[in-house]
Write a protein that binds this ligand. Structure first.
Ligand code: HAM
Length: 430
């Protein structure tokens, strides 16, 4: 009986694994050079952890299970609640600010589509304990630092930055009550994802008053900082949020990544927990789903039973990123191909000598393979090429009697006969 893979899961054959490792190595390298430390948590948590603040969309997408003890659990759809739990658990012992990163495997029962699967990896960077906008700028800088490192230019991607705090203040000034804000966020987040008419209709359902509706639409159409500056009244609640956006964009300009970043009020974010600056990175053409998203959540620890300490962070999945890097031809150039240092080929009856040589090379730190099949030299050399061997060690029955082995440089085709013992004594450990 053939059993197919489960819908939305992923099989990583060696070439896919090479891409996955390339992406993850880049995430880790950039996290470390930006001063983040790595952490991880369990793959499943109590179900109720995700019902607190992640928002309805994520709760509907949970893979939940009951263990033998009758506990209601769920596979992690994000790591942010785990981060909050772990930090709260050791809040007094942890030196602050906390700058942590993680690359968890996550699970969401979404409808599988281009760039969205049921199983994915997500790079997370979070800063806890800094309430200044510089921390938001650092999160965005680190995000761009990776994307730029991977070869993406401002022509390929845009970081779209906005503020929940600004949106909340503007909506409140229009008379929208607090308890309505969360419902409105969900609709406003769909502005660029839905046809304009459908979006307007959905918004009208939440906001039947035509005048307020038009004011909201007008605010949502402001897409530059100077225009926003004209709209905001000094000393209003909106002013603080406006100043934060300006500081973040200014810092990013100073750090040399300003050309990647724009103000965009349509960025609201689907998750319920954001309280300040929010941002997403999208491909410049806008063909794909978001590459990543994040923002400030000053209630994060408090929502999970801890103190009121501010937090800001970002999550980037591997799926859309991989599609974009492939489209831009950046994977072929950069993903390391399989390569082995030595392939050992035998002519005639060599006995155990081949295995002695293989074991010696491996113990010195070199990658080494040998053919499992008995075949002529040309077949073995073909196998060496297929494995992208740098060198081939050719062991011939006659030469071996004199203690000699052949070394073939697979790139140049040059071959020489050398003493086996001299070869090894001249070889440094890898
Ligand atoms: P999120 O917007 O739910 O945020 O996800 C962030 C990113 O994860 C998305 O932009 C996308 O790249 C990737 N992603 C989400 N769902 C899927 C899926 N089904 N398949 C493939 N990739 C997916 C969060 O998860 C927040 N916890 C991020 C965060 C960290 N905010 C603060 N700190």
């Amino acid at each position: 009986m053939k059993i197919p893979p489960v819908k939305g899961t992923r099989d990583f054959y060696p070439p896919d694994m090479a891409i996955r490792n390339f992406i993850m190595d880049g995430w880790k390298k950039v996290s470390l050079r930006n001063g983040f430390e790595e952490y991880d948590g369990p793959i499943f948590e109590y179900l109720k952890m995700y019902q607190i603040k992640s928002g309805d969309e994520i709760v509907e997408q949970l893979f939940s299970l009951t263990d033998r003890g009758g506990r209601n659990l769920a596979l992690r759809p994000e790591i942010t609640p785990t981060l909050a739990r772990m930090v709260n658990q050791k809040i007094n012992a942890l030196p602050k600010p906390i700058k942590w990163f993680s690359v968890p495997r996550l699970f969401r029962a979404e409808r599988p589509q281009k760039g969205r699967l049921r199983e994915f990896f997500q790079w997370n960077i979070d800063i806890i304990g800094v309430n200044q906008s510089i921390a938001d700028a650092e999160i965005i800088f680190t995000t761009v630092d990776y994307l730029r490192d991977a070869g993406l230019t401002p022509k390929d991607i845009k970081v779209r930055i906005s503020s929940r705090k600004l949106l909340a203040a503007v909506l409140k000034s229009y008379g929208v009550p607090d308890e309505k804000l969360e419902y409105l966020y969900v609709v406003l987040d769909k502005k660029t994802k839905l046809p304009a008419d459908t979006f307007k209709q959905m918004l009208a359902e939440q906001m039947p008053d035509k005048e307020t509706l038009n004011k909201i639409l007008q605010f949502m159409s402001i897409d530059s900082i100077p225009e926003l500056g004209e709209f905001i009244k000094a000393e209003s609640d909106e002013f603080t949020a406006y100043t934060e956006i300006k500081t973040v964009l200014g810092t990013l300009e100073t750090m040399g990544v300003g050309d990647y970043c724009v103000y965009d009020p349509s960025i609201v974010r689907g998750l319920a927990y954001y309280t300040g600056i929010v941002f997403e990175v999208h491909d410049a053409v806008g063909d794909l789903r978001a590459i990543c998203g994040g923002g400030r959540n000053d209630n994060l620890l408090r929502d999970f039973g801890g103190p009121s300490i501010s937090a800001t962070g970002m999550g980037m999945g591997d799926c859309v990123l991989e599609i974009l890097l492939k489209e831009k031809g950046l994977l072929d150039k950069q993903v390391p191909k399989r390569q082995i240092d030595y392939f050992v080929a035998c002519i005639g009856h060599i006995g155990n000598e081949a295995w002695r040589i293989i074991a010696k090379l491996r113990s010195m730190g070199y990658s080494a393979n040998i053919s499992y099949k008995t075949g002529g030299l040309s077949k073995q050399l073909k196998e060496a090429s297929a494995q992208n061997a740098k060198n081939c060690i050719i062991i011939g029955e006659e030469e071996l009697k004199e203690g000699k082995i052949g070394i073939k440089d697979m790139a140049t085709g040059e071959q020489e006969l050398v003493g086996r013992d001299e070869f090894f004594s001249g070889l440094d450990s890898a």
